[in-house]
Design a protein around this ligand. Structure first.
Ligand code: CAA
Length: 265
């Protein structure tokens, strides 16, 4: 396939669907094993922008469907990327955008979850994995290293020695090992992976959207801040939530023994 035809094909490679309050963003580029080309990263960014700006969307699922999540950065693109290209690239901007996404996100992964694909999963708040999932950072085999958070996030997930098994020795782990590491919430049969991701996201989406967003911010700050600053941040966020209608609704619903109806105010 020529470059133009490939770009046109890739432009269709990310789908966006709504399941009530959950947006499902699906990578669909099976011919290249869902490799994250610039077009795919653009599609993911646009999907996240759309979800971010839609007040009805309260959580997002990122998936590649029941067969494969993503095989990592597009190796053919990498082959022709110079350092100057890389530093100014749309790809780099897309990764910054993923890190800034403020709504809760669930990665629902199956099959190969490699390189940038694994880093994409780790950029989410929760991960559900199919029994077929193989997670790893094979970049060392290509003479490079993970450039979208792999070294930092794996070390925080499972400690630097296990991270070295993945990043330095290029070994991968299965879904159950990733669950034992505390990274994967649940392992499900591959054909159930998208419904399982949507179910978990729907659980989150039923809560106050302000409370889930600020809870996410508080958890994420634990990666950035010392504990004392993180505790202060957490207290400030709780102070904000005490000014919302949703907190009154949550407490009234508990006292009146009924389901809460959160409006995000
Ligand atoms: N980029 C571009 N093309 C890819 C690709 C990738 N990451 N992964 C697979 N493809 C392409 C192959 O080149 C092949 O294309 P052709 O049919 O045109 O030859 C097609 O997809 C099918 O690939 P395979 O025949 O290899 O499929 P498989 O099912 O036997 O194996 C796989 C699947 C294990 C994922 C294997 O393709 C593979 O090892 N891919 C590379 C994985 C990798 O190294 N990822 C790290 C990328 S670097 C990175 O991600 C950097 C970063 O952190 C930002």
């Amino acid at each position: 396939m020529g470059d133009d035809a490939q770009a046109a094909d890739d432009a269709q490679a990310v789908r966006y669907d709504l399941h009530q309050h959950v947006a499902v963003i699906t990578i669909d580029r099976p011919g290249a094993r869902n490799a994250l080309s610039t077009e795919v990263l653009r599609g993911l960014s646009e999907g996240l922008d759309r979800a971010e700006s839609d007040p009805d969307v309260r959580a997002v699922v990122l998936t590649g469907g029941p067969k494969i999540f993503a095989s990592g950065a597009d190796i053919r693109e990498l082959r022709r990327t110079t350092p100057a290209d890389y530093l100014q690239s749309e790809r780099l901007a897309a990764w910054v955008r993923f890190a800034r996404f403020t709504k809760p996100s669930v990665a629902a992964v199956a099959g190969y979850v490699l390189g940038g694909g694994c880093e994409l999963a780790m950029s989410c708040d929760l991960i559900v994995a199919a029994d077929t999932a193989v997670l790893g950072q094979p970049e060392i085999r290509l003479g490079i290293l993970p450039g979208a958070g792999g070294t930092q996030r794996w070390a925080r997930v499972c400690g630097r020695f296990r991270a070295a098994e993945l990043v330095l020795a290029g070994q991968s782990v299965d879904a159950w090992t990733a669950r034992d590491y505390g990274m994967v919430s649940q392992v499900v049969p591959a054909e159930r992976i998208v419904p399982a991701g949507v179910a978990l996201a729907t659980t989150v989406a039923a809560f106050s959207p302000i409370a889930t967003r600020l809870s996410k911010a508080a958890i994420r700050s634990s990666e950035e801040m010392p504990v004392s600053a993180g505790l202060q941040h957490e207290r400030a966020l709780l102070g904000t939530l005490l000014s919302t209608d949703d907190h009154l609704e949550g407490i009234d619903a508990f006292l009146e023994k009924r389901a809460a109806h959160f409006t995000g105010r």
